[in-house]
Design a protein around this ligand. Structure first.
Ligand SMILES: [Zn+2]
Length: 297
Protein backbone atom coordinates (compact mmCIF):
# COMPACT_ATOMS: atom_id res chain seq x y z
CA UNK A 1 0.00 0.00 0.00
CA UNK A 2 1.41 3.33 -1.03
CA UNK A 3 -0.82 5.67 0.97
CA UNK A 4 -2.73 5.23 4.18
CA UNK A 5 -6.44 4.83 4.08
CA UNK A 6 -7.09 8.29 5.53
CA UNK A 7 -7.14 10.16 2.20
CA UNK A 8 -10.61 9.93 0.73
CA UNK A 9 -9.57 10.94 -2.76
CA UNK A 10 -6.55 9.63 -4.64
CA UNK A 11 -6.41 10.43 -8.33
CA UNK A 12 -3.72 9.87 -10.93
CA UNK A 13 -2.39 10.78 -14.33
CA UNK A 14 -0.92 7.82 -16.17
CA UNK A 15 0.66 8.64 -19.54
CA UNK A 16 2.39 6.12 -21.78
CA UNK A 17 5.87 7.39 -22.59
CA UNK A 18 5.44 7.13 -26.35
CA UNK A 19 6.32 10.82 -26.71
CA UNK A 20 5.88 14.21 -25.04
CA UNK A 21 2.42 15.36 -23.94
CA UNK A 22 0.19 16.70 -26.69
CA UNK A 23 -2.79 18.97 -26.18
CA UNK A 24 -5.19 16.03 -25.65
CA UNK A 25 -3.09 14.55 -22.86
CA UNK A 26 -2.74 18.00 -21.26
CA UNK A 27 -6.54 18.24 -21.06
CA UNK A 28 -6.64 14.90 -19.18
CA UNK A 29 -3.81 15.97 -16.90
CA UNK A 30 -5.45 19.30 -16.05
CA UNK A 31 -8.90 17.80 -15.43
CA UNK A 32 -7.62 14.97 -13.23
CA UNK A 33 -5.37 17.39 -11.32
CA UNK A 34 -8.14 19.92 -10.68
CA UNK A 35 -10.64 17.26 -9.68
CA UNK A 36 -8.17 15.78 -7.19
CA UNK A 37 -7.14 19.13 -5.72
CA UNK A 38 -10.70 20.48 -5.56
CA UNK A 39 -11.52 17.41 -3.44
CA UNK A 40 -8.42 17.86 -1.21
CA UNK A 41 -7.03 14.71 -2.75
CA UNK A 42 -3.68 13.42 -3.89
CA UNK A 43 -2.69 13.42 -7.54
CA UNK A 44 -0.21 10.69 -8.45
CA UNK A 45 1.89 10.31 -11.57
CA UNK A 46 2.38 6.89 -13.12
CA UNK A 47 4.46 6.22 -16.21
CA UNK A 48 2.95 3.32 -18.14
CA UNK A 49 6.15 1.97 -19.64
CA UNK A 50 5.13 -1.60 -20.33
CA UNK A 51 5.72 -1.76 -24.06
CA UNK A 52 9.35 -0.78 -24.71
CA UNK A 53 9.26 -1.06 -28.53
CA UNK A 54 6.59 1.67 -28.67
CA UNK A 55 8.28 3.94 -26.15
CA UNK A 56 10.78 6.74 -26.27
CA UNK A 57 13.54 6.82 -23.69
CA UNK A 58 13.36 10.58 -23.42
CA UNK A 59 9.60 10.72 -22.99
CA UNK A 60 9.29 10.28 -19.20
CA UNK A 61 11.59 13.23 -18.48
CA UNK A 62 9.95 15.32 -21.21
CA UNK A 63 6.52 14.60 -19.73
CA UNK A 64 7.67 15.58 -16.24
CA UNK A 65 9.26 18.77 -17.54
CA UNK A 66 6.03 19.68 -19.31
CA UNK A 67 3.92 19.01 -16.20
CA UNK A 68 6.30 21.16 -14.16
CA UNK A 69 6.08 23.98 -16.70
CA UNK A 70 2.30 23.92 -16.23
CA UNK A 71 2.67 23.76 -12.41
CA UNK A 72 0.85 20.44 -12.33
CA UNK A 73 2.71 19.07 -9.32
CA UNK A 74 2.20 15.42 -8.57
CA UNK A 75 2.27 13.97 -5.07
CA UNK A 76 4.88 11.46 -3.97
CA UNK A 77 7.19 9.35 -6.08
CA UNK A 78 6.53 8.62 -9.74
CA UNK A 79 5.53 4.99 -10.24
CA UNK A 80 6.98 3.21 -13.28
CA UNK A 81 5.08 0.16 -14.47
CA UNK A 82 8.32 -1.44 -15.62
CA UNK A 83 9.18 -1.92 -11.92
CA UNK A 84 5.92 -3.70 -11.14
CA UNK A 85 6.20 -6.94 -13.11
CA UNK A 86 6.30 -9.18 -10.03
CA UNK A 87 2.98 -7.80 -8.84
CA UNK A 88 1.37 -8.34 -12.24
CA UNK A 89 2.64 -11.92 -12.25
CA UNK A 90 1.24 -12.48 -8.77
CA UNK A 91 -2.14 -10.97 -9.68
CA UNK A 92 -2.31 -13.16 -12.75
CA UNK A 93 -1.63 -16.31 -10.81
CA UNK A 94 -4.20 -15.35 -8.15
CA UNK A 95 -6.95 -15.33 -10.80
CA UNK A 96 -5.74 -18.36 -12.80
CA UNK A 97 -9.04 -20.18 -12.42
CA UNK A 98 -10.78 -17.33 -14.28
CA UNK A 99 -8.39 -17.38 -17.23
CA UNK A 100 -7.49 -19.60 -20.17
CA UNK A 101 -4.76 -19.86 -22.76
CA UNK A 102 -5.53 -18.75 -26.31
CA UNK A 103 -3.65 -19.29 -29.56
CA UNK A 104 -5.93 -17.26 -31.84
CA UNK A 105 -4.30 -14.61 -33.99
CA UNK A 106 -5.45 -11.03 -33.87
CA UNK A 107 -6.41 -11.27 -37.53
CA UNK A 108 -8.71 -14.22 -37.00
CA UNK A 109 -10.40 -12.70 -33.96
CA UNK A 110 -13.50 -10.51 -34.30
CA UNK A 111 -13.74 -7.41 -32.06
CA UNK A 112 -15.72 -9.40 -29.51
CA UNK A 113 -13.82 -12.63 -28.84
CA UNK A 114 -16.21 -15.53 -29.42
CA UNK A 115 -14.70 -17.84 -26.81
CA UNK A 116 -12.86 -20.05 -29.30
CA UNK A 117 -10.23 -21.43 -26.89
CA UNK A 118 -12.28 -21.26 -23.68
CA UNK A 119 -12.60 -24.99 -23.15
CA UNK A 120 -9.56 -26.25 -25.04
CA UNK A 121 -7.16 -26.39 -22.07
CA UNK A 122 -4.22 -25.41 -24.30
CA UNK A 123 -0.78 -25.86 -22.76
CA UNK A 124 1.89 -23.24 -23.26
CA UNK A 125 5.11 -24.66 -24.71
CA UNK A 126 8.28 -23.17 -26.15
CA UNK A 127 6.97 -23.76 -29.66
CA UNK A 128 3.48 -22.57 -28.94
CA UNK A 129 3.24 -19.14 -27.33
CA UNK A 130 -0.19 -18.38 -25.92
CA UNK A 131 -2.05 -15.30 -24.79
CA UNK A 132 -3.91 -15.44 -21.47
CA UNK A 133 -7.50 -14.25 -21.52
CA UNK A 134 -9.88 -13.45 -18.67
CA UNK A 135 -13.14 -15.37 -18.96
CA UNK A 136 -15.94 -12.83 -18.54
CA UNK A 137 -19.26 -13.81 -16.97
CA UNK A 138 -22.52 -13.50 -18.88
CA UNK A 139 -23.60 -10.39 -17.00
CA UNK A 140 -24.49 -6.78 -17.60
CA UNK A 141 -22.14 -4.29 -15.94
CA UNK A 142 -23.52 -0.87 -15.11
CA UNK A 143 -21.84 2.15 -13.59
CA UNK A 144 -22.29 5.90 -13.14
CA UNK A 145 -19.76 8.04 -14.96
CA UNK A 146 -19.44 11.59 -13.60
CA UNK A 147 -19.36 13.05 -17.12
CA UNK A 148 -21.10 10.48 -19.35
CA UNK A 149 -23.90 9.42 -16.95
CA UNK A 150 -25.09 5.82 -16.61
CA UNK A 151 -23.23 3.38 -18.84
CA UNK A 152 -23.73 -0.34 -19.21
CA UNK A 153 -22.21 -3.23 -21.13
CA UNK A 154 -23.14 -6.83 -21.61
CA UNK A 155 -19.82 -8.51 -20.86
CA UNK A 156 -20.23 -11.58 -23.01
CA UNK A 157 -21.99 -9.95 -25.98
CA UNK A 158 -20.22 -6.59 -26.15
CA UNK A 159 -16.85 -7.11 -24.50
CA UNK A 160 -15.84 -10.77 -24.68
CA UNK A 161 -12.99 -12.63 -22.98
CA UNK A 162 -10.00 -10.30 -23.22
CA UNK A 163 -6.23 -10.58 -23.13
CA UNK A 164 -4.46 -9.89 -19.83
CA UNK A 165 -1.07 -11.30 -20.86
CA UNK A 166 0.04 -11.11 -24.43
CA UNK A 167 1.54 -13.85 -26.59
CA UNK A 168 4.91 -12.09 -26.47
CA UNK A 169 4.84 -12.45 -22.67
CA UNK A 170 4.15 -8.78 -21.93
CA UNK A 171 1.38 -8.01 -19.46
CA UNK A 172 -1.58 -6.35 -21.10
CA UNK A 173 -2.45 -2.74 -20.35
CA UNK A 174 -5.78 -3.78 -18.77
CA UNK A 175 -4.18 -5.96 -16.10
CA UNK A 176 -1.34 -3.58 -15.27
CA UNK A 177 -3.64 -0.57 -14.90
CA UNK A 178 -6.02 -2.30 -12.53
CA UNK A 179 -3.28 -3.90 -10.43
CA UNK A 180 -1.58 -0.50 -10.12
CA UNK A 181 -4.77 1.41 -9.39
CA UNK A 182 -5.47 -1.05 -6.57
CA UNK A 183 -1.84 -0.85 -5.35
CA UNK A 184 -1.95 2.95 -5.28
CA UNK A 185 -5.42 3.02 -3.65
CA UNK A 186 -6.79 5.09 -6.53
CA UNK A 187 -10.34 6.23 -5.78
CA UNK A 188 -11.05 8.44 -8.83
CA UNK A 189 -10.09 7.98 -12.47
CA UNK A 190 -10.46 11.02 -14.72
CA UNK A 191 -9.32 10.27 -18.26
CA UNK A 192 -10.20 10.58 -21.94
CA UNK A 193 -13.21 8.96 -23.51
CA UNK A 194 -10.88 7.09 -25.86
CA UNK A 195 -10.28 4.75 -22.90
CA UNK A 196 -13.98 4.08 -22.35
CA UNK A 197 -13.62 0.82 -24.30
CA UNK A 198 -11.23 -0.38 -21.61
CA UNK A 199 -13.51 0.48 -18.72
CA UNK A 200 -15.79 -2.62 -18.76
CA UNK A 201 -12.68 -4.83 -19.00
CA UNK A 202 -11.13 -3.06 -16.05
CA UNK A 203 -14.37 -3.30 -14.07
CA UNK A 204 -14.46 -7.04 -14.74
CA UNK A 205 -10.89 -7.30 -13.47
CA UNK A 206 -11.66 -5.33 -10.29
CA UNK A 207 -14.47 -7.72 -9.64
CA UNK A 208 -12.37 -10.84 -10.31
CA UNK A 209 -9.58 -9.50 -8.08
CA UNK A 210 -12.17 -8.84 -5.36
CA UNK A 211 -11.84 -5.05 -5.12
CA UNK A 212 -14.31 -2.15 -5.08
CA UNK A 213 -14.37 -0.13 -8.27
CA UNK A 214 -13.23 3.51 -8.31
CA UNK A 215 -15.29 6.49 -9.47
CA UNK A 216 -14.84 7.30 -13.16
CA UNK A 217 -15.11 10.46 -15.25
CA UNK A 218 -14.46 10.13 -18.98
CA UNK A 219 -13.62 13.42 -20.67
CA UNK A 220 -14.29 14.40 -24.28
CA UNK A 221 -11.39 13.53 -26.55
CA UNK A 222 -9.46 16.16 -28.44
CA UNK A 223 -9.50 15.90 -32.22
CA UNK A 224 -7.55 17.78 -34.86
CA UNK A 225 -9.24 19.65 -37.69
CA UNK A 226 -9.59 16.41 -39.65
CA UNK A 227 -11.54 14.90 -36.70
CA UNK A 228 -8.66 12.55 -35.90
CA UNK A 229 -7.99 12.15 -32.21
CA UNK A 230 -4.59 13.47 -31.23
CA UNK A 231 -3.41 10.29 -29.54
CA UNK A 232 -3.90 8.45 -32.85
CA UNK A 233 -1.70 10.80 -34.78
CA UNK A 234 1.76 9.52 -35.34
CA UNK A 235 3.22 12.94 -34.65
CA UNK A 236 0.79 14.80 -32.40
CA UNK A 237 2.67 17.96 -31.56
CA UNK A 238 4.16 18.47 -28.14
CA UNK A 239 2.52 21.20 -26.05
CA UNK A 240 4.88 24.14 -25.78
CA UNK A 241 6.26 24.99 -22.36
CA UNK A 242 6.33 28.70 -23.16
CA UNK A 243 3.23 30.62 -22.13
CA UNK A 244 1.43 27.89 -20.17
CA UNK A 245 -0.92 30.57 -18.78
CA UNK A 246 -2.70 31.19 -22.09
CA UNK A 247 -2.89 27.50 -22.91
CA UNK A 248 -4.32 26.64 -19.48
CA UNK A 249 -7.02 29.27 -20.01
CA UNK A 250 -8.00 27.58 -23.26
CA UNK A 251 -8.10 24.19 -21.54
CA UNK A 252 -10.37 25.55 -18.76
CA UNK A 253 -12.76 27.10 -21.20
CA UNK A 254 -12.91 23.93 -23.29
CA UNK A 255 -13.69 21.95 -20.14
CA UNK A 256 -16.68 24.23 -19.48
CA UNK A 257 -15.04 25.89 -16.46
CA UNK A 258 -14.88 29.55 -15.48
CA UNK A 259 -11.68 31.15 -16.69
CA UNK A 260 -10.33 33.18 -13.74
CA UNK A 261 -8.50 36.47 -14.22
CA UNK A 262 -4.94 35.66 -13.28
CA UNK A 263 -1.48 36.83 -14.28
CA UNK A 264 0.44 33.78 -13.15
CA UNK A 265 -0.02 30.07 -13.63
CA UNK A 266 -0.08 29.46 -9.90
CA UNK A 267 -2.83 32.07 -9.32
CA UNK A 268 -4.80 30.64 -12.22
CA UNK A 269 -4.59 27.10 -10.88
CA UNK A 270 -5.46 28.22 -7.35
CA UNK A 271 -8.67 29.81 -8.59
CA UNK A 272 -9.39 26.95 -10.99
CA UNK A 273 -9.09 24.41 -8.16
CA UNK A 274 -11.57 26.40 -6.11
CA UNK A 275 -14.05 26.80 -8.98
CA UNK A 276 -13.70 23.31 -10.46
CA UNK A 277 -17.00 21.65 -11.31
CA UNK A 278 -16.74 18.23 -12.94
CA UNK A 279 -20.42 18.42 -13.92
CA UNK A 280 -19.69 21.48 -16.05
CA UNK A 281 -17.36 19.47 -18.28
CA UNK A 282 -18.91 19.48 -21.71
CA UNK A 283 -20.93 16.40 -22.60
CA UNK A 284 -19.74 16.67 -26.20
CA UNK A 285 -17.77 13.58 -27.18
CA UNK A 286 -15.09 15.62 -28.94
CA UNK A 287 -13.20 18.86 -28.40
CA UNK A 288 -11.45 20.58 -31.30
CA UNK A 289 -7.75 21.14 -30.84
CA UNK A 290 -7.37 24.92 -30.53
CA UNK A 291 -5.50 26.55 -33.37
CA UNK A 292 -2.38 28.58 -32.84
CA UNK A 293 -1.18 27.02 -29.59
CA UNK A 294 1.86 25.54 -31.23
CA UNK A 295 3.18 28.78 -32.66
CA UNK A 296 4.91 29.74 -29.41
CA UNK A 297 7.34 26.82 -29.25
ZN1 LIG B 1 -8.36 -18.27 -28.79
Amino acid sequence: MVHSGTTRYIGRFAPSPTGPLHYGSLVSAVASFLDAKHNQGLWLLRIEDLDPPRESEKAPSEIMRQLEAYSLEWDGEVLHQSTRLDDYREALSSIREHTFACTCTRKSTPTVYPGTCRDKAIQETKDQPVAIRLRVPDEVLEFEDLVCGTLSWSLEQEVGDFIIRRKDGLFAYQLAVVVDDIYQNITHIVRGRDLLDSTPRQLALYRTLGHDIPTYAHLPIVVDRHQVKLSKQAHARAIPTKDPLSILKIVLSQLGQQVPHADTVSDLLKAAIQNWDIHAVTGEPELPEPTGIHAAT
